[in-house]
Design a protein around this ligand. Structure first.
Ligand SMILES: [Zn+2]
Length: 311
């Protein structure tokens, strides 16, 4: 048994076939967590799709309508970079519901892990780079609307800049956005996060960790985050096809552990999402995602937290 819930739904699979986005990774990650005995069946929670009202806290009515009625323009589909289908739309609504459920789990248990989500390239009025709906922003707005939190921090370690996140929260001082990414990579236009850590091509474990972890400590000193949303991309991996950094499997696990321990020391609940991962071998991507869950478990054990009264 894990000391927190894993949010997962078979509908996360976008069924993209031979696409570079290996959407079967969500199912493979869930199956392997069970097969390796890291998680038990009872650790899993099936999310409901987010309500349209929740989606509309972030996205424009026009974009929601286009997605629901299949009226995306050729330009919309080109930017999204995935073919349109009804299942695709359902998968994004489920992912957003999953990140909301993970946030609710994090409030209760200290961690809440969505085995999906992290669609950080989605903007309010359009999608980009495989991301149609910004599940993390939707969950933050829902938590704020429920008065569960006021201030949130997004720590985005996907190899690609969190452009949608930066744009959505640009003028909002209730959300601190931190993105560590490869400077010379997609997206071409990178609106400013609260803190952008731009990595040169080929940066490895040591330089990456020595940049990220002091920055996280500094950010948490200056910003009283009540919840951290972790976008744990697997694509800074040295064998990623869409990334140009050189982190190892151990370096990526140390990245996750380092961020989680800083949160845990300060008793800040953490929501994890998977985000990108395009390793030549999909098993490597799955392993990196599984290690994120293992790192959460180990951080929870290293820094135990009393549950709030009544739970
Ligand atoms: Zn990415």
């Amino acid at each position: 048994m894990l000391p927190f819930k894993l949010i997962y739904h078979d509908g996360y699979d976008l069924n993209l076939g031979a696409h570079v986005f290996p959407s079967q990774k969500f199912r493979l990650t869930a199956e392997k967590l069970l097969a390796e005995g890291i998680a038990a069946t009872d650790d899993f929670v099936r999310p409901e799709p987010a309500s349209d009202a929740d989606i509309l806290r972030v996205h424009t009515a026009d974009w929601v309508k286009k997605l629901k009625t299949g009226t995306l323009t050729a330009s919309d589909i080109m930017k999204l970079e995935v073919p349109y289908s009804r299942e695709l739309v359902d998968a994004f609504w489920l992912a957003a519901g999953g990140t909301i459920a993970a946030a609710q789990g994090a409030l209760r248990d200290g961690f809440g892990c969505n085995l999906g989500g992290g669609f950080h390239h989605a903007y309010p009025s359009h999608g980009e780079g495989f991301c149609a709906i910004h599940d993390v922003a939707v969950a933050i707005r829902r938590m704020q609307s429920d008065s569960a939190i006021r201030k949130a921090m997004v720590i985005d370690t996907d190899v690609h800049h969190g452009n949608g996140t930066a744009a959505i929260f640009a003028k909002d001082d209730s959300v601190f956005t931190l993105s560590i990414h490869q400077a010379n990579n997609y997206p071409a236009h990178k609106p400013a996060s609260t803190l952008d850590l731009n990595m040169e091509d080929g940066v490895g474990d040591e330089e990456y960790l020595n940049t990220l972890l002091p920055a996280v400590r500094h950010a948490l000193k200056q910003f009283p985050a009540e919840m951290i949303f972790y976008v744990g991309g697997a694509d800074p991996y040295c064998e990623d096809q869409l990334g140009g950094l050189a982190l190892t499997l151990n370096g990526l696990k140390a990245r996750d552990a380092g961020v989680f321990e800083e949160a845990r020391k300060r008793k800040i609940p953490v929501v994890t999402t998977l985000a990108g991962g395009y390793a030549r071998r999909v098993e490597d991507t799955v392993k990196i995602h599984i290690n994120t869950i293992v790192a959460a478990k180990e951080a929870a054990e290293k820094y135990p937290q009393a549950r709030p009264a009544g739970n």
